[in-house]
Design a protein around this ligand. Structure first.
Ligand SMILES: *[C@@H]1O[C@H](CO)[C@@H](O)[C@H](O)[C@H]1NC(C)=O
Ligand SMILES: *[C@@H]1O[C@H](CO)[C@@H](O)[C@H](O)[C@H]1NC(C)=O
Ligand SMILES: *[C@@H]1O[C@H](CO)[C@@H](O)[C@H](O)[C@H]1NC(C)=O
Ligand SMILES: *[C@@H]1O[C@H](CO)[C@@H](O)[C@H](O)[C@H]1NC(C)=O
Length: 482
């Protein structure tokens, strides 16, 4: 989630060089917070494991694209397999950029609207070991010669804007504008992730460019004008490794294998297409209703790029007041709450329609010691320009979520047993699933050419899998830290 994309380039550079976290009013910075947290640490991946994974990954990708290159199929929806990074801290997918196309892993973020990649010119330590974009390797790259900068709660990236072919989940946009960033603040990228794909509306894009998804949705490239997420849970799995299967990101259709019952859609209030806004209509904690303020302080951004759930201090305090022996955190845990781990917590949220339960496993964000846990709701002051609630993966792991372009709305449905069965199943992470280019769209013309043949993928870079540092890209801080 981007809280402020309007900070000046200069201010950002100053902050970058000072190596600090930008726009981070409270709670405290990830680095300091981590010192108090006793994580149920995932087992470190050995060099052998990583090598095996990397080799399998490369072979899978090569096999996949050799196959699709020769069997052109026309399709107008597509699936991208997601990777769950560091026990639910972040979720990333893959796309391909340029000619010949090169694959990159990018955080999938419904809380911002820009695509950017680390540049091969990036000398910042944040880019060490991260696959980077080299514009001279792409024959179709066009330099827009315009500065780009974006500020997240947890850091910032800056560079210049370019335009190139971007392919994802079987779709291709021939002239996607994106940031090529030679300045990236520490902690923003955790290998193998090279950048971020913003999935919110163009109105909040720092670049001003139409986001990939919005170009596809508005041009009619999709069977249905919507995209969906099913996200896996590994935070209560002591065997979780740095990278685990993360679920699915689907463009252009819902997938009935992944949910049951109806999808409960609620419109984006006032047609304010910026973040994926919803109005919080009800919250219960241990069966008791929480007081929700009306008006703008009930606005929530539904944000796949945020790990936890932030909300107004009063409401968050009331949630914990229903949990016996809970108390406000102090010092580095300012803004958070601690409570006895032995308490099974049941919090539900509604956004105008059905009410959705957050599992105890997700509420229990961290175990601080044998008795004390930290809850997933934290108090947040987003200021005037952002919604009061940021509803992140803590919530989204409990539902099938639908982000619908037209009518602009967010929908939730119950996860199917097939989807639930993917939680906590340690397995090799999916290979890049960029797909064949079945539908090609131009960002300016919005034209659709569904008969365009499959692209040939020559050099899919898959990037090394190193040990991962954990920062959630889009909130003020992250809950899961190294
Ligand atoms: C684009 O051009 C600018 C100069 O106008 C240059 O500074 C920048 O490095 C170029 N970007 C890329 C990705 O080539
Ligand atoms: C729907 O999800 C199932 C289970 O993950 C998957 O096997 C299938 O390919 C998906 N269908 C589409 C159209 O993406
Ligand atoms: C959680 O609370 C809601 C609201 O009171 C209730 O309907 C639901 O049954 C509870 N779930 C569990 C698992 O206790
Ligand atoms: C994790 O939490 C889910 C949801 O509460 C539960 O179904 C699952 O059994 C838990 N897994 C472990 C390993 O405790």
């Amino acid at each position: 989630m981007v809280f402020s994309s309007s900070l000046s380039h200069l201010a950002m550079l100053v902050s970058l060089s000072a190596n600090t976290v930008l726009a981070a009013p409270r709670p405290s910075s990830p680095q300091s917070l981590s010192m108090n947290l006793k994580r149920r640490a995932p087992e470190a991946r050995s060099a052998d494991n990583i090598g095996n994974w990397a080799q399998a990954h490369k072979l899978n990708v090569e096999a996949k694209y050799r196959k699709t290159a020769s069997s052109v199929e026309k399709r107008n929806s597509g699936q991208n397999l997601v990777v769950n990074q560091k026990a639910d801290s972040s979720f990333f997918g893959s796309l391909a950029v340029g000619t010949p196309p090169v694959a990159y892993d990018v955080i999938l973020d419904t809380g911002s609207a820009d695509l950017w990649l680390a540049s091969s010119e990036c000398a910042a330590s944040a880019c060490d070991g991260v696959p980077t974009f080299k514009s001279s390797d792409s024959s179709t790259f066009q330099n827009k010669s315009t500065e780009f900068s974006i500020t997240y709660g947890s850091g910032a990236a800056a560079g210049s804007l370019g335009e190139d072919v971007v392919q994802m989940a079987g779709f291709s946009v021939s002239n996607q504008v994106f940031g090529v960033c030679d300045q990236v603040s520490d902690g923003l990228l955790n290998s193998p992730v090279s950048g971020l794909l913003g999935l919110a509306f163009q109105t909040i894009a720092s670049s001003g460019a139409s986001p990939l998804w919005e170009t596809l949705a508005s041009s009619g490239a999709w069977d249905q004008p919507l995209m969906t997420f099913q996200l896996t849970r590994f935070n209560n799995d002591s065997k979780a490794t740095d990278l685990e299967p993360g679920g699915t990101f689907t463009m252009g259709t819902t997938n009935t294998s992944l949910y049951t019952g109806d999808i409960d859609y609620n419109d984006i209030p006032d047609n304010d297409e910026s973040y994926w806004l919803q109005t919080v209509s009800a919250i219960t904690s241990q069966g008791n209703a929480i007081t929700i303020s009306s008006g703008s302080s009930a606005l929530a951004a539904i944000d796949t790029g945020t790990t936890l759930i932030g909300g107004p201090a009063d409401a968050v305090a009331e949630i914990y007041s229903n949990i016996p022996n809970s108390e406000a955190g102090t010092g580095q845990l300012d803004g958070y709450y601690i409570y006895p781990c032995s308490t099974t917590v049941n919090v539900t949220m509604a956004f105008g329609g059905k009410s959705w339960a957050i599992s105890n496993a997700d509420f229990q964000a961290e175990q601080l010691n044998s008795n004390t846990c930290m809850g997933a709701f934290f108090s947040l002051d987003t200021g005037d320009n952002a919604p009061s609630w940021i509803v992140g993966d803590t919530f989204l792991k409990n539902v099938y979520s639908v982000f619908r372009y037209n009518p602009a709305s967010v929908g939730f449905a119950e996860l199917s047993s097939e989807a639930l069965a993917m939680n906590g199943v340690n397995a090799a992470v999916p290979s890049a699933t960029i797909g064949s280019a079945a539908a090609t769209v131009s960002a300016t013309a919005g034209a659709r050419d569904a008969n365009n043949g499959a692209a040939s993928f020559h050099s899919l870079s898959t990037g090394p899998v190193l040990s991962l540092l954990v920062i959630t890209l889009t909130i003020l801080f992250s809950s899961r830290l190294v």
